[in-house]
Design a protein around this ligand. Structure first.
Ligand SMILES: Cc1cc2nc3c(=O)[nH]c(=O)nc-3n(C[C@H](O)[C@H](O)[C@H](O)COP(=O)(O)OP(=O)(O)OC[C@H]3O[C@@H](n4cnc5c(N)ncnc54)[C@H](O)[C@@H]3O)c2cc1C
Ligand code: SF4
Length: 435
């Protein structure tokens, strides 16, 4: 009797476990296929830049990459093979690559269909233009820890190349960009006693500033000059920015924010870094400008006024106001929604197309609901023609429209740094799914 019972239990376990495993795998696969199908339908099936390529011959379907990916539903298992199921949401952390136990994942740039421009950078971070260096994501390696490491190392190489040489009235180094690479480079330059300046079109923090509020930043222990080892593997965006600010204050470092570098001119043995506010003669230049590019301008009268912004950080600061958001992508819609949630705001969205463009599913649903409630008022097929102190002028297919206005937020995409790099003489190669 006992023997038969043991036999039955063993048989149930032997058959049951594989059946449960099979059913779970089937469910996971169906979910992943559904996510991928939606991404394809919405035209969001191309990764933005660095992303994992999963070799189907090596992948054993263990799912370690799916577990490791901190972004939701970016990777999934389809028919027991890892797959990028929401490609445009991959931010290139590379956690998946590190997690794969059989090395089936390689991080690559671009795809067969969509190339990504990568500048030439030598092992010492110098470009083909002697004296101009590149560190951080611009050179092709995403992630905060890589940017910090490269910013620090690039400045060590730069200091070595200068070998203590100084030129009168000329900086040793101009660092362009104050994201993680520029921050680490500035701190290292301070440690090494270089005469340098750091410029940024925006402010200290770089891309981290643009993360959603309270986003958990995933990183790995990294050596930040002056500060020491940044040990946390997970840290809130705000806390990481505070560390940057605290260490800058402690070392009496300041960046020149709001200075967009337009050009770098060669002058004898040196360079002149040109911004709309001035120019900086220097022996060496470090470009730590990331890959987001610069916000595209509308080029309309009044755009330079203080009421115009190209990002929204603190929606709570805008209450009882008349606001215009320009653009129809996710950033524009998220900002319009955030502004519409504040007290007594009137929020218009001006967009040149007939409808919003390739929105994330959640944003699509939320904006539809907001339009229905009248919380956001769309002005499709329109363009801004002038921005005045108390109003904004739109062209709506030949018919002018004037809206009372306190602030304008423009999300018209970005100009990628490729043209700038080429202008400076740096070789840029287009990669199609290669490292
Ligand atoms: C949504 C999102 C989530 C992410 N999450 C993580 C994460 O959890 N962990 C992680 O490790 N990585 C994450 N990343 C990637 C990480 O943010 C980047 O790899 C990192 O910020 C790159 O640092 P960087 O210094 O090279 O460039 P950036 O941070 O992009 O900084 C470049 C700076 O250069 C300035 N600049 C650009 N052009 C000019 C110009 N012409 N003149 C003057 N200044 C200029 C910009 O204003 C910017 O401040 C994420 C990225 C995104 C988009
Ligand atoms: S690179 Fe990062 S976001 Fe992309 S799949 Fe891997 S872990 Fe996820």
């Amino acid at each position: 009797m006992l023997e038969s019972l043991i036999y039955i239990v063993t048989a149930v376990i032997a058959v049951g476990i594989p059946v449960i495993y099979f059913l779970r795998a089937k469910k996971q696969s169906a979910h992943a296929e559904q996510v991928l199908k939606k991404a394809v339908e919405r035209g969001m099936d191309e990764p933005v830049s660095l992303h994992p390529y999963i070799d189907p011959d090596l992948c054993m379907g263990m799912g370690a990459c799916v577990q490791a990916c901190p972004e939701k539903d970016v990777l999934g298992l389809i028919n027991n093979r890892g797959a990028l199921i929401n490609p445009s949401h991959c931010v290139g952390h590379g956690m998946c690559e590190a997690a794969c136990p059989v090395d089936a994942i390689t991080l690559v740039f671009g795809t067969e269909k969509r190339g990504v421009d990568i500048p030439f950078v030598s092992g010492t971070f110098e470009t083909n233009v002697p004296g101009i260096y590149i560190a951080g994501e611009l050179g092709g390696m995403g992630l905060i820890r890589n940017a910090v490491k490269q910013g620090r190392e690039a400045v060590e190489y730069i200091a070595k190349s200068l070998n203590g040489h100084r030129a009168d009235g000329v900086y040793d180094l101009v660092i362009v960009g104050a994201g993680p690479a520029g921050v680490a480079a500035s701190l290292q330059a301070k440690l090494l006693g270089l005469n340098f300046v750091t410029l940024d079109q925006e402010d200290l923090g770089g891309t981290i500033l643009t993360y959603p509020r309270r986003k958990l930043v995933m990183t790995q222990p990294v050596e930040l000059p002056v500060y020491g080892t940044l040990k946390a593997r997970e840290i809130q965006k705000e806390n990481l920015l505070e560390i940057f600010m605290e260490v800058f204050a402690r070392t009496d470092l300041k960046i020149r924010s709001g200075e967009h570098v337009d050009d770098i001119l060669k002058e004898n043995d040196c360079f002149r870094v040109v911004t709309p506010k001035g120019s900086y003669p220097t022996q060496r230049v470090l470009l730590a400008i990331g890959r987001r590019g610069s916000p595209r301008k509308l080029d309309v009268p009044g755009e330079k006024s203080a009421k115009v912004a190209y990002r929204l950080l603190e929606p709570e600061q805008f209450q009882k106001m008349k606001l215009l958001v320009v653009g129809g992508g996710d950033s524009a819609v998220e900002s319009a929604l955030a502004l519409s949630e504040q007290r007594d705001n009137v929020v218009h969205v001006s967009y040149r197309r007939e409808t919003f463009f390739r929105l994330k599913e959640g944003n699509q649903k939320r904006i539809e609901a907001a339009l229905k409630r009248g919380a956001v008022v769309p002005v499709f097929n329109s363009g801004v023609t002038r921005i005045d102190a108390n109003e904004v002028h739109l062209d709506t297919g030949g018919t002018p429209l004037v809206l009372p206005n306190d602030y304008v937020f423009i999300f018209a995409g970005g100009e990628l740094p490729t043209e700038f790099l080429k202008k400076v003489g740096i070789d840029v190669q287009r990669k199609f799914g290669q490292r």
